[in-house]
Write a protein that binds this ligand. Structure first.
Ligand SMILES: Nc1nc2c(c(=O)[nH]1)N[C@H]1C(S)=C(S)[C@@H](COP(=O)(O)OP(=O)(O)OC[C@H]3O[C@@H](n4cnc5c(=O)[nH]c(N)nc54)[C@H](O)[C@@H]3O)O[C@H]1N2
Ligand SMILES: Nc1nc2c(c(=O)[nH]1)N[C@H]1C(S)=C(S)[C@@H](COP(=O)(O)OP(=O)(O)OC[C@H]3O[C@@H](n4cnc5c(=O)[nH]c(N)nc54)[C@H](O)[C@@H]3O)O[C@H]1N2
Ligand SMILES: [Mo]
Length: 780
């Protein structure tokens, strides 16, 4: 920092997860922070007509005018006894987001706290939950591992701890081998021992064949899984096994899985389906078996955020079970616990009107027969973010009247993005809290400038890696725009004050009574104090010596604030063996936990589990629903009209959809294999290019059942013939002068979400981006 200006960013040296090392994206944050295109003042739409290319006619208004406008709209909902028609949408977030999204919305009396989780990676949590009872992401102990098999994860570019893994990856490569399964040659594949260019959507076949070989060749990890009660090895291709003959230790249902599914899933069966040769599958299984339990199977959104992705995720994660890698040194670990305090829910402050609103059906339709969204095993507990656009368009269950979005850009980030444009145009009042005039903002009635989440407001982030979890805080450090009204705490405070002035004081009382400074007992008196007190309150178990339980110790709040990060104690291996939060407390190959969840959901609707599976577009019948099994990927578009398959992926410099307005992002796009500086390219194998008559740099049109986009073709051997790969992130037509070719009108390249159909993995509630997405490539 120099004279209040941020000059350089690095990792916090006190972090035991990543230390000083950092992810390349953090440097872009400086350009984001000081971006001349940032939204600086509230803006009000003057043109009632909403559409791409139609100027909204935004005119500046003051903060009090903006807050009063929203407060009036909320009072109107109360007067009409329809508080449920208030919908809060959340995109990216800090842990403080509960204040605005969950709690404030509950006080107001709406069930519609809609997070972006299902656009993000809910399906990734599904597989961990229904095998080992953990609805969460994983960390990988790469210090002591011997073999890494990644299904679609590119840890050097994306996934969850780029700073840590990219700094530790080199040392790991000295001791371990790595195989990357991905239709696209990723950065991690470039550094790996082996790249396995799988046919998109067919990883399940590969994983099941690996399991088959691991069993038939006796390669499973016996101290974790157990063994036959006599020395005879009975896993013989095609032959069922009698369950009494196998004594399982920390797992459940291995023999049932074998009998129901695995016994016929040979490498010979899998090879033509997944495109990986028989010999490679066998060799891989042996390498895994030799290294077990110090192995790790990674899995990404790519294999799970598919219409039939839940069972691919389960099949891949079950390999970790077979190899004893779960909770093991050198294996796959859950996140260490972080001990944060939940805020009072807010429901206690709901009056009669609000209680009435809370009883209404949630706007995303979760819990209906075809939308199980089984978060933590509970029917309808998840979120179906991308369904909300349809709910609005079809007015089913009802039309929202006031919609508040923050830190989200669903008109860009959600498959079938165009539906959001139409949906937002239909909602009578949309407010957006954003740093930039994004695609979502373009369809909004009121824009509120957001402080940059890394530098200008209170926030709490937690993450895991290197056998530790950490909780770090962001503080209002830089005020580049003189705006520190935090989106997560400041905004709801200002709204609460305005509502109190209108005679409705429940939200303000909630904040005053439930967010007292834990040190002094003082109630917050303004928006800044609510931000500070909420941060102190949630992190109190970490910094208050009286509440100490685990990890780093602090003298008090000031000490914690100065250090900026709390680290948990190191991971204790094998402590969850036979103590998992599943129905059997074991690692479940046959998921009793999923069985209960599906049966409960089915009986709620008076249907059978088969009918649920059918409604969710799965093919499985009977008990197959409870074990990892093969599901043919649903193909969007027939082979004749859409002969190739489309593969979406993240790029190293994407901060989701947010970094594209920086010149450093545009200029350095070639950090990813096959990409070009300042361009948005589709990567095509030279063999396919030849048959399509395409040369380097040709302008091409990509068409799917959903729509078309135009971009440049580049010839790249690192994409499986028959597939094309294109990074997500370009194609902004709003956001700013760098992101768009012509702001408000012309996109720079094409947005993948304009051609991805709005499909779902229904069991987890996830949006689907991957699998068999048919595409036609034509020269323009
Ligand atoms: N650089 C960067 N890193 C990020 C983010 C970012 O925007 N930029 N965002 C963060 C967020 S929000 C999240 S949720 C995580 C997500 O991190 P991950 O869960 O790792 O997910 P993605 O990187 O989206 O995964 C898509 C990958 O799957 C591959 N893929 C596509 N189809 C298939 C297939 O059929 N089979 C196989 N085997 N692979 C396939 C793609 O090539 C790509 O490498 O990343 C985080 N990290
Ligand atoms: N095709 C394809 N689509 C994807 C993905 C993919 O890999 N491929 N990844 C998906 C994933 S994993 C995720 S998590 C989602 C993310 O998608 P979203 O949750 O929609 O988040 P972002 O795209 O990051 O958009 C955030 C918006 O918030 C605003 N903004 C930017 N900075 C700030 C800030 O500091 N504070 C506030 N309040 N607002 C800010 C801007 O309007 C920005 O457009 O995208 C998903 N979409
Ligand atoms: Mo995400």
């Amino acid at each position: 920092m120099l004279d209040g200006r941020a000059l350089h960013i690095r990792g916090n040296e006190h972090s035991k997860v990543h230390g000083k090392s950092s992810c390349p994206r953090q440097y872009l944050a400086l350009q984001e922070l000081y971006d001349a295109d940032r939204l600086k003042t509230p803006l009000l739409r003057t043109n009632p007509q909403k559409g791409r290319g139609i100027d909204p006619g935004f005119k500046p208004i003051s903060w009090p005018e903006a807050i009063n406008l929203i407060a009036d709209k909320l009072m109107e909902l109360r007067a009409n006894d329809e508080t449920h028609r208030y919908v809060a949408l959340r995109g990216r977030y800090s842990e403080l987001s509960d204040v605005l999204i969950k709690n404030f919305t509950a006080v107001l009396g709406s069930p519609n706290a809609i997070t972006h989780s299902s656009l993000c990676a809910e399906a990734d949590k599904f597989s961990s939950f229904f095998t080992e009872g953990d609805w969460g992401y994983r960390q990988y102990d790469i210090q002591d591992t011997r073999y890494i098999l990644s299904f679609g994860v590119d840890p050097l570019s994306a996934n969850r701890q780029v700073s840590y893994y990219s700094s530790a990856w080199g040392d790991m490569l000295d001791k371990a081998q790595v195989a990357i399964v991905d239709p696209r040659y990723s950065s991690s594949a470039a550094k790996a021992d082996e790249w396995l260019p799988v046919i998109p959507g067919q990883d399940g076949a590969l994983a099941l064949a690996l399991a088959h070989v691991i069993l038939t060749e006796g390669l499973w990890h016996k101290p974790f899984v157990g063994d036959f009660t006599d020395p005879e090895q009975r896993f013989v291709t095609g032959q069922p096994v009698s369950a009494e003959l196998f004594a399982e230790r920390h797992t459940h249902g291995l023999v049932q899985w074998w009998n129901l599914e695995l016994k016929d899933r040979t490498p010979e069966w899998a090879a033509p389906i997944c495109g990986i040769p028989v010999e490679k599958i066998r060799r891989l299984a042996h390498k895994l078996g030799d290294a077990a339990p110090r192995v790790q199977i990674w899995r990404s959104r790519g294999i799970q955020m598919q219409q039939r992705g839940a069972y691919i995720g389960l099949a891949c994660h079950a390999l970790n079970g077979l190899l004893g890698a779960v909770d093991s040194k050198g294996g796959v670990l859950q996140y260490n616990k972080t001990f944060l305090t939940d805020f009072a829910s807010g429901k206690e402050y709901a009056d009669e009107i609000a209680k009435h609103g809370l009883k209404k059906e949630k706007i995303d339709r979760v819990g209906r027969l075809e939308w199980p969204a089984l978060k933590k095993g509970e029917s309808g507990a998840g979120v179906m973010t991308n369904v909300v656009a349809d709910s609005i368009l079809e007015e089913d269950p009802y039309l929202p009247k006031v919609l508040l979005g923050y830190f989200n850009n669903f008109a860009f980030s959600a498959p079938g993005a165009g539906r959001w444009e139409k949906a937002l145009a239909k909602v009578p009042f949309v407010a957006h809290v954003s740093t930039h005039v994004s695609e979502f903002s373009w369809f909004s009635d009121l824009l509120l400038p957001a402080p940059h989440f890394m530098f200008e407001r209170w926030g709490i982030q937690s993450t895991s890696g290197n056998r530790h979890s950490q909780v770090s805080i962001t503080t209002p450090l830089v005020t580049s725009l003189g705006n520190d009204i935090g989106d997560e705490t400041g905004l709801p405070w200002l709204l609460a004050e305005a509502l109190a002035k209108r005679g409705y004081d429940a939200p303000l009382r909630y904040f005053q009574e439930q967010f007292k400074d834990p040190e002094t007992g003082k109630s917050p008196a303004n928006h800044a104090e609510l931000g500070l007190f909420a941060t102190k309150l949630m992190t109190q178990p970490l910094w208050d010596p009286a509440q100490y339980t685990n990890g780093d110790r602090f003298d008090g709040w000031e000490h914690f604030k100065k250090i900026g990060v709390w680290n948990s104690s190191p991971y204790s291996f094998e402590s969850r063996w036979s103590k998992m939060k599943t129905a059997t407390h074991k690692f479940e190959f046959y998921s009793e936990t999923l069985k209960v969840a599906l049966e409960t959901h089915a009986s709620k609707h008076g249907k059978s589990v088969n009918e649920v599976m059918n409604a969710c577009h799965y093919t499985a019948e009977g008990e197959l629903a409870y074990v990892p099994h093969y599901e043919p990927p649903f193909r969007f578009g027939d082979v004749e009209a859409y002969p190739m398959l489309f593969v979406d992926h993240k790029s190293r410099l994407n901060r989701e959809g947010r970094s594209a307005n920086t010149t450093w992002y545009q200029r350095n796009r070639d950090l990813d294999p096959g990409e070009k500086k300042n361009k948005d390219v589709v990567k095509i194998n030279p063999l396919d290019a030849k048959s399509l008559g395409l040369s380097e740099g040709d302008l091409v049109k990509l068409t799917t059942v959903q729509g078309s986009i135009t971009c440049e073709a580049t010839l790249f051997e690192g994409v499986r013939p028959g597939t094309v790969a294109k990074a997500f992130g370009q194609g902004h037509w709003a956001y700013g002068r760098t992101a768009a070719l012509e702001f408000g009108k012309l996109p720079r390249g094409g947005n993948n979400n304009d051609i991805l159909p709005p499909a779902h993995e229904h069991l987890s509630g996830s949006a689907a981006y991957y699998g068999a997405i048919g595409v036609r490539v034509e020269k323009v």
